[in-house]
Design a protein around this ligand. Structure first.
Ligand SMILES: [Ca+2]
Ligand SMILES: [Ca+2]
Length: 353
């Protein structure tokens, strides 16, 4: 395996370089994708190289303030978390990358298989058929309700993201969606990687910025969107000021201070932590999240994993969780059109001589 030492100034804009220098990250070993900043539409969806850190960035070990006291109750309490250094995908996993996995292994996703009624006795029959959750923009008018926005569509899956017969042709560089937790984990293991813990994800998502969380990852000082979210009034009016109504190709928006793209917005990203509303008060090192046995899961319900970063469906009047500390639960037995993932490699940085 050959790895090049590349100065970040070659691949990260000056604005991001400031944060990197501040935090002592001037140069790391990184593989530069074929298409990068400003050319996301031309990106193949596959990072160059076949080595085991292809498309990844190394995040130096450090400590940060996890959670938020000012925003949603489930983000409290703030506490100091220390993480070891780790590698993380610079982009959300794309359709092209997931197709590589499926072509090599013959893997079928949960949305393509459907749920086993024996292990999901509480679910109605229609939710046991192969399918996934799709967002449908309702027409303006009275009587709008959440069941109109979110529909379980039989036959929808990562290959047919909108409805049966739809396609990902031409969307090879978009994030894969309609992947359940087990699907994301299977992909990560196939690559010899893991899914990020919530702490790893939040540390990477902050891009070197510590302290109380804010919306600066989603909007610039003038209020202009710098990530793929929803502008307008959800769910009826999407003004698309950011240029995208749905998913965008990965890497179309400026990277954060660590050179990572779309940590905020585009699609929510699965983490390996079980979801519990609220954060610990205690300082921790490499926290793996709560144990499943410590969660109170109602009979007939399914435990959830933490998802991070918000999506193209997060607006200021709904969701608004386009911040690194924001979090939501995602049922492990359900996939959706706005949830994807990226992978990590828990290995120290190794530079070539
Ligand atoms: Ca958008
Ligand atoms: Ca994202």
């Amino acid at each position: 395996m050959k790895m090049r030492n590349v100065m970040l100034s070659l691949i990260v804009p000056a604005a991001a370089m400031g944060a990197l220098i501040t935090y002592g990250l001037v140069a790391v070993a990184v593989e530069v994708p074929k298409a990068d900043i400003g050319s996301c539409a031309a990106y193949s969806g596959l990072p160059s190289g076949n080595h085991d850190t292809a498309g990844m960035m190394f995040i130096q070990a450090g400590a940060f303030t996890m959670g938020s006291e000012r925003h949603q109750p489930e983000e409290r309490f703030t506490h100091v978390v220390t993480v070891d250094g780790f590698w993380i995908d610079r982009h959300e996993v794309t359709n092209a990358q997931f197709k590589q996995f499926v072509d090599a292994t013959g893997y079928t996703t949960l949305a393509e298989r459907g749920l086993d009624p024996k292990t999901n006795p509480g679910l109605p029959k229609e939710l046991l058929t192969p399918g996934s959750v799709v967002f449908a923009q309702p027409s303006n008018g009275p009587g709008r309700k959440i069941s109109q926005w979110w529909q379980y569509v039989s036959g929808s899956n990562w290959r047919q993201p909108v409805s049966p017969g739809s396609s990902i042709a031409g969307k090879e560089n978009h994030p894969v969606v309609h992947v359940a937790y087990e699907d994301a984990l299977a992909y990560a293991h196939w690559r010899g990687r893991s899914l990020p813990t919530e702490a790893q994800w939040e540390f990477a998502g902050r891009g070197g910025r510590d302290g109380e969380d804010d919306w600066s990852s989603a909007f610039d000082a003038d209020g202009k969107p710098i990530a793929n979210t929803w502008q307008g009034i959800f769910p009826i009016l999407n003004t698309q000021d950011d240029g995208y109504a749905g998913t965008a190709p990965v890497g179309c928006f400026r990277p954060n201070g660590y050179g990572l793209y779309d940590m905020i917005g585009n699609v929510w990203e699965l983490t390996s932590d079980w979801y519990r509303a609220g954060q610990s008060r205690e300082a921790a090192t490499n926290p793996p999240g709560p144990e499943l046995v410590s969660l109170r899961v109602a009979e007939g319900q399914t435990a959830s994993r933490v998802i991070k970063g918000g999506s193209y469906l997060c607006s200021s009047n709904y969701c608004s969780r386009y911040r690194p500390a924001a979090r939501q639960p995602q049922e492990t037995n359900l996939s959706a059109a706005h949830v994807g993932f990226r992978t990590v490699l828990n290995r120290p940085l190794v530079t070539s001589p």
